[in-house]
Design a binder for this molecule. Structure first.
Ligand code: FES
Length: 152
């Protein structure tokens, strides 16, 4: 195993063992429950959005180290971002999971998950929290940011 893989594995385990932003958000604007269809594991993501910005985010759930660490990293990364910035981050994250070359300059810990793209069975673990975030923004927050996010 290369040193970089080892470092990435340690970052993932650190987020798994000491997840950031785990818990319940009392005054959430959006609560999204999403299930990983492959394993049945579930995550609940809550977000507080004000003036088009994500003020706070918390998650709860059960899942493997990849899904839980990804949720921890994602919630940490989106706090303080504008909703469109968070969606852009999610877009680049899913492209990274498809093995595409994307700008990861602002990824920080998230970059540790890039190796997951080599394990197709685990990609849905890594993207679970991100899909929940995208769903929450698209379904609930257009009135907060005043943007048309094209409802699906
Ligand atoms: Fe269930 Fe990864 S195995 S989320």
């Amino acid at each position: 195993m290369s040193t970089l893989d080892d470092l990435y594995r340690r970052v993932i385990m650190d987020h798994y063992q000491a997840p950031r932003n785990m818990g319940e958000l009392k005054d959430a604007d959006a609560t999204i429950q999403l299930k990983n269809p492959t394993c049945g594991d579930q995550i609940t993501l809550q977000m507080k959005v004000e003036d088009g910005k994500i003020k706070d985010a918390k998650f709860r759930g059960q899942g493997c180290s990849i899904s839980m660490s990804s949720a921890s990293m994602m919630t940490e990364a989106i706090k303080g971002l504008k909703v469109e910035e968070a969606l852009d981050l999610a877009d680049r994250f899913s492209k990274m999971m498809l093995g595409e070359d994307v700008d990861t300059s602002d990824f920080e810990d998230i970059e540790a998950l890039q190796g997951v793209c080599k394990f197709p069975a685990r990609i849905k673990c890594a993207t679970l929290a991100w899909k929940a975030m995208e769903k929450g923004i698209k379904e609930h927050h257009c009135d907060h940011c005043g943007e048309d996010h094209h409802h699906e």
